[in-house]
Design a protein around this ligand. Structure first.
Ligand SMILES: O=C(Nc1ccc2c(c1)CNCC2)c1ccc(F)cc1
Length: 336
C-alpha cells in the first residue's frame, strides 16, 4: 500500500474504489472521527492540461452544498499530488445499479430523477452548469440516495450568458447536439439534454444514442431519433421527448422540469432545494471539537467560517455534522 506523508495521522488509506483518467479514488478513514471518506488522488504530472479542472472542481464544490451533490471535506496539495477528500458513496455508481436491475420501474426512476432535478436546479440557481452529467457521475450513498460527482467540467458562466465552447473530451454519448457540433451553447441547456439521456437510461436500461463508431453515434444524436420500448408510459415518453429536443430552444427548462407532473407525481409540490452555500452552525458539534482541541467553540466557528473550507478542521466539523444528522454519537479521537 502506497503511503502518503501528507495524509499521515489524518486519514488511513484503504482499498482503491475507482480509477478514472487522471485520478485514483481510495476508500479511507478520517482518523479523528472514524468516518469513511473517499479520497481522489491526482498526480500533478499526470494531470497535464487537465490541471485547471482540479481547481474548477474544488471551487465549485466549496460553494455547492446540497444533499445530492457529493460533499468535499478537505483538499491537501503537496509538491506532486492533489488529494480531494470527498463524501464516501458506498452504493457505487448508478450505472452499475441500473445494469444490475436491468431497468428501473417508473416509480424507482422517479425517485432517482427527482433527486437529480433537485441537484441540477440548485446548481443552475447558483449559476453553475455541470456539463458532464452521465450515469458514471451519479453515485449512490448507503441509503440509495443520489450524489453527483465530477465537477471538473462544470462552468459558472458569467451572468448566465452564452457559456464557453465545448472543451471537454468526455464521451459524446450523453452530449447534446449543439455540443458535438461545437456551437456556442448555454450550460443549462446541455444539462437538460444529458438529464434526458439519464432518464432514458433509468427507464429503459440502455442508452437512447449508442454506437461504437463515433461517426454513426454523432449521426444518431443529431437525428434526435431513438427507440421507444413498449414498456414506456405515454407520460414518460412525453417527458423524455421534451428533454431530447435537438433545438435547445425547444427543450424543457429546469424550472418547467421542477413542476412537471411526471416528477412531482401530480402533487403540486414542485421539486425543492435549499439555497444553501454556507455551513449550518451546530453548537453540539462545535462543543465536541472544543472539548478536544481546547479552543472556545466561538473561536472554532470563526476560524471555520473564515477558512477556505478545505482544511482538516472543516473536514472534522462536516463529518461530525454528518454523524449527528445520522443520529450517531459525536466522538473524536485526539489527533496525536
Ligand atoms: O465513493 C466513491 N466511489 C465509490 C464508492 C463505493 C463503491 C464504488 C465507488 C464502486 N464500487 C462499488 C463500491 C466516490 C466518492 C467521491 C468521488 F469523487 C468519487 C468516488
Amino acid at each position: 500500500m502506497v503511503r502518503y506523508a501528507a495524509l499521515k495521522g489524518l486519514y488511513d488509506l484503504e482499498k482503491t474504489i475507482g480509477s478514472g483518467g487522471f485520478a485514483k479514488v481510495k476508500l479511507a478513514t478520517h482518523v479523528a472521527t472514524g468516518e469513511k471518506v473517499a479520497i481522489k488522488i491526482m498526480e500533478k504530472t499526470a494531470l497535464g492540461d487537465d490541471l485547471p479542472r482540479v481547481k474548477v472542481e474544488v471551487e465549485a464544490l466549496k460553494t455547492l452544498l446540497h444533499q445530492h451533490i457529493c460533499g468535499l471535506y478537505q483538499v491537501i496539495e503537496t509538491e506532486s499530488h492533489y488529494f480531494m477528500v470527498m463524501e464516501y458513496c458506498s452504493g457505487g455508481e448508478l450505472f452499475d445499479h441500473i445494469v444490475e436491475k436491468n431497468k428501473l420501474s417508473e416509480s424507482d426512476s422517479r425517485r432517482f430523477f427527482y433527486q437529480i432535478v433537485s441537484a441540477v436546479a440548485y446548481m443552475h440557481s447558483l449559476g453553475y452548469a455541470h456539463r458532464d452529467l452521465k450515469p458514471e457521475n451519479v453515485l449512490l450513498d448507503k441509503d440509495e440516495n443520489l450524489k453527483l460527482i465530477d465537477f471538473g467540467l462544470c462552468a459558472k458562466p458569467k451572468m448566465g450568458i452564452q457559456a464557453h465552447l465545448y472543451t471537454s473530451c468526455g464521451s459524446p454519448t450523453y452530449a447534446a447536439p449543439e455540443l458535438i457540433m461545437g456551437k456556442k451553447y448555454l450550460g443549462s441547456e446541455v444539462d437538460i439534454w444529458s438529464m434526458g439521456v439519464l432518464l432514458y437510461a433509468l427507464l429503459c436500461g440502455f442508452l437512447p444514442f449508442d454506437d461504437n463508431n463515433l461517426e454513426n453515434l454523432y449521426k444518431k444524436i443529431l437525428s434526435g431519433k431513438y427507440e421507444e420500448p413498449y414498456w414506456l408510459s405515454n407520460n414518460s415518453k412525453m417527458l423524455i421527448k421534451s428533454m431530447l429536443q435537438i433545438d435547445p430552444a425547444n427543450r424543457i427548462t429546469i424550472h418547467e422540469l421542477c413542476r412537471h407532473p411526471w416528477i412531482t407525481g401530480n402533487s403540486l409540490k414542485s421539486v425543492s432545494f435549499i439555497h444553501r452555500t454556507e455551513f449550518e452552525k451546530d453548537d453540539e458539534v462545535l462543543s465536541t471539537m472544543s472539548a478536544i482541541c481546547g479552543e472556545k467553540s466561538i473561536d472554532i466557528w470563526k476560524k471555520l467560517v473564515q477558512s477556505d473550507r478545505t482544511d482538516y478542521r472543516t473536514a472534522t466539523y462536516l463529518l461530525l455534522l454528518d454523524r449527528k444528522l445520522r443520529g450517531l454519537s459525536l466522538k473524536i479521537a485526539p489527533t496525536t
